[in-house]
Design a protein around this ligand. Structure first.
Ligand code: AMP
Length: 431
């Protein structure tokens, strides 16, 4: 037989094996649970969209749209893109469904899934990554901004991210940004040897200059005029209310007037959560208001919104880096071992009974020796081993061993499933 190499995984597309995959899901679940407590309901949208959803929604000047999208033509020649973020697709879906006119606003959605960006892979930055997000659509109320920001804060605290910080800014309204663009462009006109990335994008969106990683740019931008000084009274008041509500709840936020974030749709509130235990890629989540996004996507009226996305992969990294244990449940509660291969069908029947009674259980395969089976039982994390032996089978009993206490006793074969089901439920209740 010809020996072939195992195909490599795609660069930047990680595998998650047990137990990490379970930890990953536990984080996802906690984020979604926190959102559900505030009435956010699950929404599922496709992993790919027509490219214009992102080019119009996320914005032509962004790194995401300019360089990072996985875009391809399908067999019908349509340009499709694997979603690089969640908001544009969720807003598109809400507009398609006529949500703005259906009443009952704001609507609150939560979602979890895979996202794709062609970035240079490094620790905490992948080409396929996972986010949990929430979006609240159809309201301008600053209390909704505060709710959204607070939920992200609480969700990250709840999963155990340590040294969490929150940076906030207001980008004002679009009109403010238009005026400010002129002010900022005038400032950039006076900078000698502007790096090519800023030079290229400044006419689409000069705010990107704050994100530039080119050498010396951070120092230059430290003297740049700030958007926060050029925003109107209404967004300024909006921002004050959001901040006051958050401070009222004891959230230690810091103001960062250079926080513009990488997506063009933001207006007014923007924010980012950072984890102290991560290195360069320390943003575990972020978001903001996007009051013009619906119109960018072609909706004829204003339909404001606000949301965040938390990075699940990066959160897991942060938690691991800080040495916090993520509780994972044992693989099974009960392991059934047989003293003789002829009893395998009885073991099969017993695990089926147990599983039907809601008890996670497993048995050995491949006709292994008792010693080997007990090893597998041990590795399975099971609390109880049930041993099915020929003498016991003849008497209608099995042996149940409690691996926590070492206690061993006989139990009637036709009662053991109910007995273990009760014990497993009692154990869950006690935990
Ligand atoms: P963004 O959609 O860019 O606002 O990102 C929100 C969060 O998603 C970030 O704070 C990260 O935690 C996570 N994230 C974004 N891009 C990546 C990536 N390439 N790899 C891993 N996580 C990412």
């Amino acid at each position: 037989m010809q020996v072939m190499a195992i195909p490599e995984p795609v660069k930047g597309a990680p595998d998650w094996l047990p137990p990490d995959a379970a930890a990953f899901e536990a984080i996802e679940r906690t984020f979604l649970d926190v959102a559900a407590l505030a009435g956010y309901q699950r929404i599922r949208t496709p992993i790919f969209e027509h490219t214009e959803v992102f080019s119009r929604g996320v914005g032509a000047s962004t790194d995401v749209v300019q360089k990072e999208m996985y875009t391809f033509a399908d067999k019908g020649g349509r340009s499709l893109t694997l979603r690089p973020e969640g908001t544009a697709g969720v807003v598109r879906a809400a507009l398609q469904a006529g949500v703005p006119r259906a009443g009952g606003l704001p609507v609150k959605y939560s979602y979890a899934g895979e996202y794709f960006r062609h970035e240079r892979p490094q620790a905490g930055r992948q080409r396929e990554f996972n986010q949990v997000g929430i979006e609240a659509l159809g309201s301008d109320d600053p209390a909704l901004d505060a709710e959204v920001v607070l939920l992200g804060w609480e969700a990250l605290q709840r999963v155990g991210v340590r040294d969490l910080t929150l940076r906030m800014n207001s980008l004002g309204d679009r009109e403010d940004r238009a005026t400010y663009h002129d002010v900022l462009n005038a400032f950039l006109d006076d900078v000698e040897n502007l790096p090519p990335d800023v030079q290229q994008r400044r006419h689409l969106n000069p705010l990107r200059a704050f994100d530039s990683k080119a050498p010396g740019m951070t120092a230059i931008m430290a003297n740049a005029p700030l958007l926060i000084d050029h925003i109107g009274e209404e967004p300024r008041e909006h921002h004050r209310t959001v901040v006051a509500l958050l401070e009222g709840e004891g959230v230690p936020l810091s103001h960062d007037p250079s926080l513009v974030r990488g997506l063009d749709y933001y207006s007014r509130t923007t924010f980012e959560y950072q984890a102290g235990d991560l290195g360069a890629q320390n943003a575990v989540g972020g978001g903001g208001r996007y009051d013009g996004l619906a119109e960018d996507l072609g909706w004829s009226e204003r339909f404001p919104g606000i949301g965040w996305a938390l990075g699940v992969d990066r959160t897991l990294l942060a938690i691991k880096a800080s040495g916090v244990d993520i509780p994972t449940t044992p693989r099974v509660d009960v392991f059934v071992a047989v003293a003789d291969a002829s009893l395998q069908s009885d073991a099969f029947a017993l695990v089926t009974q147990l599983r039907r009674a809601g008890v996670a259980s497993d048995l050995a395969f491949d006709g292994r020796s008792m010693k080997a089976q007990l090893k597998v039982a041990d590795r399975s994390g099971a609390r109880w081993t049930v041993i099915v032996g020929p003498d016991e089978a003849a008497r209608g009993v099995v042996t149940v061993k409690d691996l926590d206490t070492g206690e061993q006793r006989e139990s009637k074969r036709d009662e053991v499933a109910a007995l273990l089901a009760a014990a497993a439920t009692g154990r869950e209740a006690a935990e």
